[in-house]
Write a protein that binds this ligand. Structure first.
Ligand code: BGC
Length: 304
């Protein structure tokens, strides 16, 4: 049976976000980026995946979605400009004018895309934050999809109480990784590209490979166990959290009995929304205090 490979989401951070108090008279024109007690609560989270691009406004203090998720298919060519068009459609759907956090399935350094293994080669060195900010006329902060999903897990999900070294893996088209130490993200890890069987591990153990090669869950789990062994040989994680499409309870039930780790092994519960939530929280955390995320006509970011 052919199964669809879920590549869209992954999982998230850490400290509470506190922004300065707003003047009582301030009115917002957008769908909520700012709320009552002077704290920026809502940020639009967008998760760019291999099959779909999804977004929703997120309350970044509770991790709740504030409106139903809106999803559009990822365009066939998946170039930066065609993806940016879809991101704009999502922004327009929510009539959004505030801060936006967005994921990409690649390493992002200072707003630039630095790897392009599972995405169109044109993404390499694309100034993605600039591209999406100009396209949407909002301030957009971009983060790797696995880092975002890991933030969601650590802040609101099963990783909430995990201290020490925590690894979060998203298993979908590729394998994404996020590393936390005492709940602080160490960004930009690419552990799906660790060598296994002479090539990038994700080619051997991703969910796409499981489907393409028609592997039983037992066979796939025995491959994934090799990956986990390698991780535990190189690092000493206290907790490993598995996310992405394979973390759905019905699937976990089919393979978890074949996996064993020294670390505590957990499965992500925020699977479909983790990328959206994590991207929104990351944007809220990294935006400068007082920024509303709305661009003025001169391209400046408005402050309150
Ligand atoms: C990319 C990562 C990404 C992962 C999951 C990998 O191929 O290199 O950056 O997090 O896929 O999408």
């Amino acid at each position: 049976m052919i199964e669809s490979v879920e590549t869209d989401s992954y999982h998230l951070l850490i400290r509470n976000i506190r922004l300065p108090a707003l003047p009582g008279s301030l009115k917002t024109t957008n769908l909520a980026s700012i709320e009552k007690n002077g704290t920026t609560l809502e940020v639009l989270g967008i998760d760019i995946g291999g099959t779909g691009i999804k977004g929703a406004p997120v309350n970044i203090q509770t991790g709740q979605l504030m409106a139903e998720r809106f999803r559009l298919p990822t365009p066939e060519d998946a170039t930066p400009s065609s993806i940016a068009d879809v991101v704009l459609e999502i922004v327009q759907h929510f009539k959004w004018k505030g801060l936006i956090g967005c994921t990409v399935p690649a390493r992002v350094e200072h707003g630039l895309v630095r790897t392009a293994t599972n995405i169109h080669a044109l993404w390499l060195d694309t100034p993605v934050e600039k591209l999406l900010s100009e396209k949407t006329n909002c301030k957009v902060t971009v983060i790797n999809d696995a880092d975002a999903a890991g933030i969601a897990s650590v802040k609101f999900g099963e990783g909430l109480k995990s201290q020490g070294l925590v690894f979060f893996f998203t298993v979908g088209t590729g394998i994404g990784s996020a590393m936390f130490y005492n709940q602080v993200l160490i960004p930009g890890t690419e552990l799906g590209h660790l060598r296994l069987k002479g090539d990038a591990a994700e080619l051997y153990v991703s969910d796409r490979t499981r489907v393409n090669e028609g592997l039983s869950w037992k066979r796939w789990a025995s491959r994934f166990q090799k990956y986990l062994d390698r991780i535990e040989f190189l690092f000493a994680p206290d907790t490993i959290i598995i996310g992405g499409g394979v973390s759905r309870p019905a699937k976990v039930a089919l393979y978890s009995k074949y996996l064993s780790t020294r670390a505590t092994l957990l499965y992500a519960s925020l699977e479909n929304e983790a990328g959206i939530i994590g991207a929104a929280c990351f944007a809220g955390e990294t935006s400068e205090a007082g920024e509303t995320g709305e661009m003025s006509e001169t391209g400046e970011i408005a402050t309150f």
